[in-house]
Design a protein around this ligand. Structure first.
Ligand code: ZN
Length: 348
């Protein structure tokens, strides 16, 4: 079989759904159609492994590929971990998953299916998503990438010039959402954060998780707004803000301008340590299906402009703030890319 037909597979294991994607040995994507299946965690770890393997089998069949071509597999799975490849207690999984060596079990299952050992790399889903987005923006250039994805929480990843994520020594590296916000510049009180820290985590000022607190503060400036008197549940109110902003609602725009500024200051703060050329912004506020081009431009510009005064001159000239483009594909593709990069390294 010719080397050019070699492939790398990525499994993205979410709490409810698992996705499978793949790349060729040159890093290009085999298919932009993700294969999805239920993670099935309530049926136990063996069922989860079976689901991941079936995902690979289905992906190979969908794309007329065979196990002979598979040179490596990557698995993206949310932490926390006890050690590399071993889960710790997770709120989204059954208690029996604590201490599960998913690296050993998945390796064994892949070897049985392929009839030979297949190298397996595993890592944090957010970091692997960053790997794929980084490959898109930097191409074959040596450039480092900071990715921030505000959603329900703040996903954060740093991808070095070789394309690999910063994992850290307890695999909790780049938990950038739980660093303190520049409260004095933003003129806000320390909001509560789900992690329990009391220093005003940036996640609370930039994501859905902190929106109830931000809305409460912002309504003081917009006392006549219909949300000030609405009896709808808070969750419904905050989830209405994104679509209100698309129609020019002043309160909603104030809120997202604030979020952009908070995130921009955080970008500058992270740039002091990481000095990236690219900042990729993911999450629902840059989703082309839910937001207008004008809104996305305003949000990304807000981030960039807030960061600028705090950067060094060379960084001011070089730093680019760009939207993520891979959407749901990113974590499976990123996992496959890490498998590819690690195969390249082991050949050296
Ligand atoms: Zn926190």
């Amino acid at each position: 079989m010719s080397r050019s037909k070699d492939i790398f597979i990525g499994t993205d294991s979410g709490a409810t759904t698992s996705k499978t994607g793949g790349i060729w040995a040159d890093g290009s994507t085999i298919s932009t159609k993700l294969r999805q299946s239920s993670t099935n965690s309530q049926a136990g770890t063996a069922a989860v492994i079976q689901g991941w393997v079936e995902g690979v089998v289905g992906f190979l069949a969908d794309n007329n590929l065979s196990w002979d071509q598979v040179r490596g597999v990557g698995l993206a799975i949310p932490g926390p971990y006890q050690s590399y490849g071993v889960l710790d207690r997770s709120a989204n999984l059954p208690k029996s998953f604590e201490g599960w060596n998913f690296h050993a079990d998945y390796s064994q299952a892949l070897a049985e299916k392929a009839g030979r050992p297949i190298p397996l790399v595993v890592g944090n889903d957010g970091n692997y998503g960053g790997v794929a987005e980084a490959q898109r923006v930097r191409g074959d250039r040596k450039a480092s990438v900071l990715m921030l994805a505000p959603g329900s929480g703040l996903g954060a990843a740093y991808i070095d010039a070789n394309g690999l994520p910063l994992d850290g020594d307890t695999l909790a590296g780049m938990e950038g959402g739980h660093m303190p916000a520049a409260l004095h510049l933003l003129g806000v009180r320390p909001y509560k954060c789900g992690c329990g820290k009391d220093w005003g985590c940036i996640e609370a000022y930039t994501t859905i998780s902190g929106l109830p607190q931000l809305l409460e503060d912002m309504l003081k400036k917009h006392p006549g707004h219909e949300l000030a008197t609405s009896t709808a549940p808070v969750k419904e109110k905050v989830l209405s803000l994104r679509s209100r902003a698309q129609k020019g609602d002043p309160l909603a725009l104030d809120i997202f301008d604030f979020q952009a500024r908070a995130l921009g200051l955080h970008v500058a703060s992270l740039a002091m340590a990481l000095d990236p050329e690219y900042v990729v912004i993911g999450g629902g506020l840059i989703d082309p299906e839910s937001t207008t081009p004008e809104f996305r431009h305003r949000y990304l510009e807000g981030i960039h402009q807030a960061a600028m005064p705090y950067l060094w001159p060379a960084q001011r000239r070089k730093l680019k703030v760009v939207p993520a483009t891979l959407g749901e594909l990113s974590q499976a593709i990123g996992a496959a890319l890490v498998a590819l990069y690690s195969a390249r390294q082991s050949r050296i």
